[in-house]
Design a protein around this ligand. Structure first.
Ligand SMILES: Cc1cc2nc3c(=O)[nH]c(=O)nc-3n(C[C@H](O)[C@H](O)[C@H](O)COP(=O)(O)OP(=O)(O)OC[C@H]3O[C@@H](n4cnc5c(N)ncnc54)[C@H](O)[C@@H]3O)c2cc1C
Length: 396
């Protein structure tokens, strides 16, 4: 690792994909930073979150430029890139199997579980540089680019560079922009089918439909996604139009019944993805977004990356990918400036330049996602999504 003589005090808020990559990128280049996370430990909420398919020029690049190629290969599943698209009758209209249909390895996006992704990054940074159980409650700007951070546990810190990687409800975003995330008009739930249930004989058809990857079923304004995770479980997302306050019953049987009503008339193989969701793993999942193309005037000493800057619905599978690229680009910019002994003004100019790249990527992918979302829940689904998917993957 390189060493540095004059390091600014850098704080990153949030140990999601964007904050972790930023922290990693700085640490690997000898620039100390502190990563604050409100979760009590790396294992808190370990059960939450499905898998992410990391694209070559985005999530994969963010790891490889930090020396984590082998670590990523050890925990990711190229076969998880297997994709199927169907309508509510469960008939497969598009099927992509990595080693059969995708010639260029750079077009394969291996799947990685969120917790495994977090762990390989945590293993590569000093343990004491990540402060768990630190929920940021307020920030006081001092007018000279420095900020005082206050946390729910009573800790305070004064910093020269503050990066909000704290997701869609960011507490840092108001320091640079008045924009707020808004409800995308789609609500629903996430369910988890445990591996032993997935393996049962009566689940053979559902197992085959989901395969090693993800199956997207959509029609009539509803979307049902079945996604294989690394331990064999299947994670289901069931989405439909509804008001933001659509209530998911707390009782699991009632919740499944209400969801099944929404998917009335769908093929039995697809309904199984809801019917077999475990009692202790049914979560409400309304979808939110920020207006595509958010930009802001640079503010000294503070910036935001990842979902804090461009929360998008998951219809392009790019949110974490773009967030990781943000972390990499911002980290490279800050590290280069710090290691060159840059003045405060030069460092701020470097951050501003990295923000410009972030605006471009954020605008591009929030727009693609918005188009995909309209397609998936619109009257031309599933056929239009087959076409869109082919376009996205460069398939003739
Ligand atoms: C259902 C669903 C499926 C998705 N699937 C995909 C996919 O397949 N591929 C993909 O690329 N993207 C996907 N996404 C998008 C992806 O999850 C996000 O874009 C990504 O997690 C954003 O990373 P982030 O680090 O910016 O924010 P987050 O992952 O939201 O992380 C923010 C972190 O900040 C912490 N935090 C928040 N507030 C505070 C505070 N006050 N103090 C301290 N810590 C705080 C949080 O605890 C959290 O750990 C999906 C999203 C959803 C909703």
């Amino acid at each position: 690792m390189a060493t540095t003589t004059s390091s600014p005090r850098i704080a990153i808020i949030g140990a999601g994909p964007s904050g972790l990559v930023l922290h990693l990128t700085l640490v690997k280049r000898g620039v100390p930073s502190t990563l604050y996370e409100r979760e009590a430990s790396p294992n808190a909420r370990i059960h939450l979150g499905g898998t992410l398919d990391l694209r070559w020029a985005y999530g994969q690049r963010a790891l490889y430029e930090n020396g984590l190629e082998a670590a990523f290969k050890a925990v990711s599943r190229p076969e998880g890139d297997e994709t199927r698209i169907c309508g509510k009758d469960g008939r497969v209209l598009l099927e992509l199997i990595g080693d059969r249909d995708i010639i260029n390895p750079e077009d394969i996006s291996p799947e990685v579980d969120r917790r495994a992704l977090r762990q390989i990054i945590l293993d590569a940074v000093p343990a004491d540089s990540v402060k768990w159980g630190h929920a940021l409650t307020s920030v006081t700007p001092h007018g000279d680019g420095t900020h005082t951070l206050s946390f729910a546990n009573g800790h305070t810190a004064v910093v020269d560079v503050l990066v909000g990687a704290d997701g869609g409800t960011s507490r840092i975003r108001p320091l640079v922009s008045p924009a707020q995330r808004y409800y995308a008009g789609i609500t629903g739930a996430e369910l988890v089918i445990p591996p032993d249930v997935v393996d049962r004989a009566d689940m053979a058809d559902a197992r085959a439909l989901v395969g090693a990857g993800t199956t997207y079923a959509m029609e009539g304004g509803n979307v049902l996604i079945g996604q294989r995770n690394s331990d064999g479980r299947v994670r289901t997302y069931a989405w439909f139009h509804g008001p933001e306050d659509w209530p998911l019953p707390a009782d699991p049987s009632e919740a499944r019944a209400v969801l099944l009503e929404k998917f009335e008339g769908w093929a039995p193989v697809l309904r199984k993805l809801i019917e077999h969701g475990a009692d202790d793993a049914i979560y409400h999942r309304p979808l939110y977004m920020l207006e595509p193309g958010l930009r802001w005037e640079h503010v000294d000493g503070v910036t935001i990356i990842g979902d804090a800057a461009h929360v998008m619905t998951p219809f392009a599978g790019m949110g974490a990918n773009v967030s990781m690229l943000d972390g990499l680009e911002m980290g490279l910019a800050i590290a280069e400036a710090v290691n060159a002994g840059a003045s405060k003004e030069e460092r701020e100019a470097a951050i501003k330049k990295a923000e410009e790249k972030l605006f471009e990527e954020g605008a591009k992918w929030t727009a693609v996602t918005a188009t995909n979302m309209k397609g998936a829940i619109g009257p031309d689904a599933p056929q239009c999504m087959v076409e869109l998917y082919k376009l996205m993957k460069g398939i003739p």
